[in-house]
Design a protein around this ligand. Structure first.
Ligand code: C5P
Length: 312
């Protein structure tokens, strides 16, 4: 961070995440679903640079789209980055002229938490820039108002997650694994995925089994091949989703297994699939093979809680 009297700048990395496990429980009175999930932050993601100068309390957002599609499909004012800055101003009275630059690498509608991570990074950066020193509780309240996954990114690592996404119990991230991400090239709308799940459950689609207490957290330190994890959206999409999407997910998961993944899954409500590898050569080979076929493929590592640098 650089600081001068008139002009202050902060740079922050906004890591992506995967859900190693995602069970959707009942629909709550507030319209959200109760979740049981394991989040794992990755050492790869977006980058934000914030610059606050003396002047009117304006906010300019410049987005460098480094994604295969080239353009972001909504205006800056609808971006969670912008909304996080506006919310921070409203709650703290921070009134400097703000310029934010975002390098966008995490695909949209991908289940990798890109927008949520960006929003959390903005809250943390502005707290630093403004010198507000907000408490963890105050930051969490702002984060929750921006989205269910945002609180996790205030302190990204690995966590057992309950509630609508805000009840977080930190876990030790697994060591010596590589996470190969494969995005099929179509986005998935989160609300639409939850609606499909509710609809099909209303027609008899089975609800998940309750795990033995404590087993989920404990399994994370064991070998991936024994992880008792699953994602409720994946079998739903495979059986009841649109044909081309089901075909894409089936093909990616089968290929990852054939290429040596010891665990495979879908992140969030899609659309990114992932394979967990303990063998680095096998992970690199999977990237090489699948990269020729799918829109977005890369190898990543878990982000250590103590913060190994986020790769770009
Ligand atoms: O909180 P967020 O804005 O990210 O959620 C997007 C949508 O996903 C919500 O409007 C809701 O339809 C659905 N959702 C849910 N239960 C959760 C999280 C999200 O139903 N725990």
């Amino acid at each position: 961070m650089e600081k001068t009297k008139e002009n202050r700048q902060v740079r922050r990395e906004a890591p992506g995440k995967i859900n190693l496990h995602l069970r959707v429980k009942g629909l709550r009175a507030d319209g959200y679903h109760a979740l049981e999930s394991i989040f794992l932050a990755l050492d790869w993601g977006d980058t934000l640079r914030l610059d606050a100068a003396k002047g009117p309390g304006t906010c300019e957002l410049f987005r460098n789209c480094l994604l295969p599609q080239g353009e972001l499909p909504f205006p800056p004012e609808q971006d969670l980055v912008y909304r996080a800055a506006v919310l921070f101003r409203a709650k703290t009275g921070f009134d400097r002229a703000l310029r934010i630059e975002l390098d966008k690498r995490i695909p949209l509608g991908a289940g990798l938490g890109g927008g949520s991570s960006d929003a959390a990074a903005v809250l943390l950066a502005l707290d630093q820039l403004a010198g507000t020193g907000l408490s963890q509780a105050a930051l969490r309240t702002l984060a929750e108002a921006l989205g269910s996954d945002v609180p996790f990114f205030l302190s990204p690592g690995a966590a057992l997650v309950h509630g609508r996404g805000e009840e977080l119990a930190p876990l030790d991230p697994p060591e010596n694994i590589r996470v190969v991400l494969v995005n099929p090239g179509f986005p998935q709308d989160t609300a639409e995925a939850f609606r499909l799940l509710d609809l099909e459950r209303g027609r008899g689609w089975p609800a998940p089994e309750e795990p033995e207490p404590g087993t989920l957290a404990k399994a994370l330190s064991g070998p991936p091949v024994l992880w008792p994890y699953g994602n409720d959206f994946l079998p739903l999409f495979l059986e009841r989703g649109p044909g081309e999407k089901a075909e894409a997910y089936r093909s990616i998961i089968l290929s990852l297994k054939a290429l040596g993944a010891e665990f495979t899954g879908l992140s969030g409500s899609g659309s990114t699939c992932f394979g967990i590898f303990t063998n680095g050569g096998a992970a690199d080979r999977a990237v090489q093979v699948l990269g020729g076929e799918w829109n977005f493929v890369r190898v990543t590592f878990p982000l250590a809680r103590s913060g190994n640098a986020v790769l770009q």
